[in-house]
Ligand binder design. Structure first.
Ligand code: TNX
Length: 529
């Protein structure tokens, strides 16, 4: 049933680099040490839950291909329009999007709402490619968007080109795919505080997340070094708090309309923004702006180093909660997603009593403004609501977070911290948790990683890029790629379908895509590029 199932190799053969791979962008992958497969395996990441290859004649997009969408559905029409616009760049075909086109008509790529809700869930899809037509069925527009990413990856890599590519055969292999994600939370995080990233850079990263079916994008909007979002009722947060970053550069912040632009850009790719305001520690930039919420007599100055855990908002002053209420209210009002991240990590200046009292009050504030609280692992010490979510990163207290019925997002630093170096020689990144090569990022199972935590406790996983050492989006991409693709497959693909040997071959075929997209990446020696 799983045609093209990965062949097993000994780990040794891999480590020694034995087994030559002959690659080309559109040709089947052949492994010289085993007989050639009869049909080429689509080089999809993440690997679908179930896929059958029919082989034979593929579907070919040509200048009369029509994208068929349901009548009177503006949301699906928008997905069809953006897919058509994407395909037009490289193919230079007109590619009409039409609600009038009859489903199943020859030479159509049909996007249809329907299918079995129980099988497909909120983000699943069914894709059937025959020589005559492509039919994509999902219960939700989100499922159609995920399926469109699969079609995109089934096309030759040159489809990513921003200029017309001549004489390519724009073929899609004849396959049947039924797919849905393993985990509901497939996340990435960007720290825009240690170094600031422009709206344009953030959108470039979102484009990459979309290709790999990531659906949650967590923005770490404040820390010691910088406050990065405009709060109208507290103007000094940005007037003072945004002015610098690690190393003393100029910093920056998003105006509320700019933040909303990011939210909309992500939403069009079915990605939910999770804003984080880190507290009670990691607050120096806010304390520099509003010294009255500090316990210290001495006004805080701006900070451009990289130490953590040394600041705290004053948890015993009412003024602190008034400020937090203003911040949560304004951000919640421009955030359509259900979550508000309160940080809560690395608190060194408070007693447990002070810390838990603080987190419980902040949880009430977040709930009062209509959001669910999420916080880093340490918040397990507080009395949590079952709706609150705990993001583990050290893992030693992950199981304890379950006692109030909260779910977990797993970001184990040794596996998912995309700011860790690949090896001791990697120029960017940190190494306090681990050196993380591509296979380390791939080879783990979220359902068994933490003692006492099982699959049902896990909402999903997330890969953070902390930005102490990265100053621009190219540097972020170098650390994220290819480990973000590995994380995306851990999050989406059933454990039984995952296989490192298959993954590394598929991964190699994605590099030309990244080059067309202008995405920087680490040329790992583990991958048969
Ligand atoms: C730990 S992980 C932190 C961040 C740092 C990161 C660097 C966590 C919740 N806190 O403040 O940026 O390590 O890897």
């Amino acid at each position: 049933m799983f045609a093209g199932e990965p062949r097993k190799f000994s780990k040794f053969a891999t480590m020694l680099g034995v087994g030559a791979f002959v690659m080309s962008c559109s040709a089947p992958v052949r492994v010289s040490t085993t007989p050639a497969p009869t049909v080429s395996t689509p080089l999809l990441i993440p690997m679908p839950a179930s896929m059958q290859l029919r082989g034979g004649v593929p579907f070919e997009i040509n200048r009369t291909t029509v994208i068929a969408t349901p009548a009177n559905n503006a949301e699906v029409d928008a997905i069809g329009q953006s897919f058509a616009a994407f395909l037009r760049r490289a193919t230079e075909f007109p590619l009409v999007v039409s609600a009038a086109a009859v489903g199943g008509a020859p030479n159509t790529i049909e996007l249809r709402l329907g299918g079995d809700a129980a099988t497909l869930g909120d983000e699943g899809y069914n894709l059937t490619v025959t020589p005559d037509s492509v039919r994509l069925v999902a219960n939700t527009p989100a499922g159609l968007f995920r399926g469109v990413q699969t079609i995109r990856q089934l096309l030759p890599t040159a489809i990513e080109s921003e200029i017309g590519v001549d004489r390519s055969a724009w073929t899609i292999p004849a396959v049947s795919i039924t797919d849905r994600p393993r985990f509901a939370w497939r996340g990435a995080m960007l720290d825009v505080s240690r170094h600031f990233f422009t709206v344009r850079e953030v959108k470039e990263y979102i484009d990459l997340l979309a290709l790999y079916k990531i659906n949650m994008f967590h923005l770490h909007l404040s820390d010691e070094q910088g406050w990065r979002i405009q709060i109208n009722s507290r103007p000094k947060l940005t007037e003072v708090g945004s002015q610098t970053q690690v190393g003393g550069g100029p910093g920056g912040f998003y105006t509320q309309p700019e933040y909303q632009d990011i939210v909309r850009y992500a939403a069009a790719r079915y990605i939910t923004i999770v804003p984080e305001i880190d507290m009670p520690a990691h607050t120096n930039a806010a304390l520099a702006a509003y010294p009255e919420v500090s316990c210290s007599e001495r006004p805080a100055g701006l900070y451009t180093g990289t130490d953590v855990g040394w600041s705290s908002i004053c948890v015993d002053k009412e003024e602190s909660y008034a400020l937090i209420d203003d911040v949560v209210r304004e951000i919640a009002a421009i955030t359509p997603g259900p979550f508000f991240h309160v940080g809560g990590d690395e608190v060194k200046l408070l007693t447990d009593e002070q810390y838990t009292r603080f987190i419980e009050r902040v949880q009430d504030i977040v709930n009062r403004h209509g959001k669910r609280m999420i916080g880093w692992e340490e918040i397990y010490k507080a009395r949590l609501k079952p709706t609150s979510v705990v993001q583990s990163w050290k893992g030693d207290s992950a199981a304890q977070a379950l006692k109030y019925g909260s779910k977990l997002v797993l970001s184990p630093a040794k596996k998912t911290y995309l700011d860790m170096k690949y090896n001791a020689g990697t120029e960017l990144g940190l190494d306090w948790a681990a050196l993380i090569e591509v296979n380390d990022a791939y080879d783990w199972d979220p359902a068994t990683y933490n003692p006492g935590v099982t699959e049902k406790d896990v909402l999903g996983i997330e890969g953070p890029v902390w930005s102490e050492t990265v100053r621009n989006i190219g540097a972020v991409e170098f650390l994220a790629m290819p480990r973000l693709a590995a994380l995306a497959e851990v999050a989406w693909t059933p454990q039984a379908v995952r296989d490192w040997q298959s993954f590394r071959v598929r991964l190699a075929s994605h590099a030309p895509r990244w080059r067309y997209m202008g995405v920087n990446y680490y040329h790992s020696p583990q991958i048969p590029w």
